[in-house]
Design a protein around this ligand. Structure first.
Ligand code: GTP
Ligand code: MN
Ligand code: MN
Ligand code: MN
Ligand code: MN
Ligand code: MN
Length: 198
């Protein structure tokens, strides 16, 4: 049952049978990292998002045309434009499809892909040096801070920013799905972020 403010989920198959809808695909690229912030706080994972042209945070990806390409090939093409690498995406990377809560007649498909630290660093470099959208539709890739510092620093402050469509909910469910944070940590981050927004 759709809750207010929540996007209605449908299956990938159902999505593809609907007529008169546009489709978009976005992806969370992530991986493990042994790096330490200030030489002591483990960052644990690299999770990539982007600062969009409109000043909102979101995932890389974009509009795809299922009558001309598969959803996954379209997403891979968008990644080439936005991060400079045509990261291969498969149906096995698909996690959810939903009727967009912000745009009528738009279905957004969400994917997750785990990569190595060096692959993610290569993407961060290519996003600046090779992506045609750099500085235009994409202002920069950003890593999501997954740690907690004093006074809300880290994930709570990150969550207090503004996000495109339901990408904030996608981030939270992906962090849970991939077990990058515990349920308790996620709840704490959301609670602290809510207090900041007041
Ligand atoms: P092109 O112009 O074809 O390059 O597509 P684009 O990259 O400009 O499209 P964009 O990435 O903005 O995605 C299209 C629509 O999907 C947006 O207008 C938003 O409504 C929605 N959208 C964008 N980013 C996200 C995201 O991270 N998650 C979700 N759920 N929706 C998003
Ligand atoms: Mn420093
Ligand atoms: Mn895009
Ligand atoms: Mn794009
Ligand atoms: Mn495009
Ligand atoms: Mn565009």
């Amino acid at each position: 049952m759709a809750r207010p403010g929540m996007a209605e989920q449908i299956t990938r198959e159902d999505a593809l049978t609907r007529e008169g809808y546009r489709h978009a695909g976005h992806i969370m690229l992530y991986g493990d990292s042994s790096a330490k912030l200030f030489g002591k706080i483990p960052i644990k994972h690299i999770v990539l998002m982007q600062m969009r042209f409109d000043g909102l945070l979101g995932f890389p990806g974009g509009l795809v045309n299922p009558s001309k390409e598969t959803l996954e090939a379209g997403l891979s093409r968008e990644l080439h434009e936005e991060v400079g690498v045509a990261v291969p995406v498969g149906v096995d990377n698909h996690v959810s499809s939903c009727l967009s809560p912000s745009s009528p007649r738009l279905i957004t498909h969400f994917y997750i892909k785990k990569m190595t630290e060096s692959e993610l660093k290569e993407i961060e470099r290519a996003a600046v040096t090779a992506a045609t959208d750099h500085g235009l539709e994409v202002l920069g890739m950003v890593r999501v801070p997954l740690y907690f510092l004093k006074n809300g620093g880290g994930l709570p402050y990150f969550l207090s920013h503004s996000f495109i469509s339901n990408s904030r909910a996608q981030l939270l469910s992906a962090l849970q799905h991939c077990r990058l944070l515990s349920q308790g940590e996620l709840e704490k981050a959301v609670r602290q972020a809510e207090q900041m927004r007041r």
